[in-house]
Each structure stands twice: as structure tokens, then as C-alpha cells.
Design a protein around this ligand. Structure first.
Ligand SMILES: [Zn+2]
Length: 202
């Protein structure tokens, strides 16, 4: 009985999140793209890209990090990394994933960037109200199963149970890694999606 009730609660939770996201998107006109298939998506963005290209001025931007900065942050659509740091094309490297978390593949990218791409300053920047910190792993697996009908019981993304603890550990892991270039600055921060500020975390 309790298991059934829990399942109903998770279903309602998932459905509520989907409905709220849809309502907010409609309210903020965040769904201008038809995008029911890739062909219509290309049609939708063609004009926008043509406009962007017509005023393109970044031909001389460096392929390395001009401001010697690399940011690891979440793929959350509310985060616009260059804008929040006042950067432009060519200024910094950005690595994004679910939660803005360090993982073995990201670690390899950062090691390469520290040695070969002029990244002497590294910021790990997760954010407030992150989906990866909104529920424990079992609930996320159930939620994914509910919305997809697929079996997610062995799918184990790294969810965030302690935002500050996870961030501090990721910063420490980078600082202590034997292959990171010596002498670079590594800093953690949490971006506030409600007011655009960053809380720097030591
Ligand atoms: Zn996030």
C-alpha cells in the first residue's frame, strides 16, 4: 500500500514538474521553435543564424582562452556563462554537463586545457535550484521511468545530495590532481539563477 502511494506521489511529482515547465515556457515565450523534427528546427533557426553571421566580428578570436579562464558549469538553460562573467568570444573555455560536476571525462578535458589551452584559472560553477540536486538517485530513476516507460533501474547519474560538499570535493580533487598544471587558480562558486549573483565558496 505504501509502495503504491509512493509511486503515485512520484508520478504526480513528475507530471507537476513537466506541467510547470510548460506553463513557464509559454508565459515567457521560450518555445518559439516548432522543432517537431530536425528539418523544421533547421528552418526555425536559419534566419537567426543568418542574422548572427551578418554581424559576426569574432574572426580574430583566439582558439585558446584569451582571458585564461575555464568554467565548468551546468547545462541549465538559465545559465549564459560568457554573459555572467562579462566575457566575449575567445575569452574563455566552457565545459557543461548535468549539475556542473567533475567526472573522469571532464577531468581529462580540464587537464588538457590547463596545459595546452592557456587555462590558468578554473571555476567550477554549479547553481541554485539545479535538477540534479532536486531528488535522490532512486527518485530520479523512478521519475525517468515514469515519463519514458523505459527501465532506468541501472542508470546511475551522479545526483547532488550536498551542493556545498560536492563543490568543495570537486575543487579539492582538481587541486590535488597530479596531472593538473602546477600553479593554476581553482575556485568554486554557486550561481544563483534567481538574481544572477555568484556565491564564491571556499
Ligand atoms: Zn543544473
Amino acid at each position: 500500500m505504501r509502495a503504491g502511494f509512493t509511486s503515485i506521489r512520484r508520478t504526480l511529482y513528475c507530471l507537476t514538474r513537466v506541467v510547470i515547465a510548460w506553463i513557464l515556457a509559454r508565459k515567457n515565450k521560450l518555445l518559439p521553435l516548432r522543432a517537431s523534427n530536425m528539418e523544421s528546427f533547421v528552418d526555425d533557426v536559419r534566419d537567426a543564424n543568418a542574422s548572427y553571421a551578418a554581424s559576426f566580428t569574432a574572426q580574430e578570436s583566439p582558439g585558446r582562452a584569451g582571458q585564461r579562464l575555464l568554467v565548468l558549469t551546468c547545462m541549465d538553460s538559465r545559465i549564459v556563462p560568457h554573459a555572467l562573467f562579462g566575457m566575449k568570444e575567445g575569452d574563455m573555455k566552457v565545459i557543461r554537463n548535468a549539475g556542473g560536476q567533475l567526472n573522469p571525462e571532464v577531468l581529462k578535458d580540464i587537464i588538457i586545457a590547463s596545459h595546452l589551452l592557456d587555462c590558468d584559472r578554473i571555476v567550477i560553477l554549479p547553481h541554485t535550484r539545479c535538477a540534479m540536486a532536486s531528488m535522490p538517485l532512486a527518485a530520479m530513476q523512478s521519475c525517468l521511468t515514469e515519463v519514458s516507460g523505459l527501465d532506468f533501474s541501472t542508470f546511475e547519474p551522479r545526483v547532488i545530495e550536498d551542493a556545498y560538499g560536492t563543490l568543495r570535493q570537486d575543487v579539492l580533487t582538481l587541486k590535488q590532481h597530479a596531472l593538473i598544471k602546477a600553479g593554476i587558480a581553482i575556485q568554486g562558486g554557486i550561481y544563483n539563477v534567481d538574481d544572477g549573483t555568484i556565491e564564491w565558496v571556499d
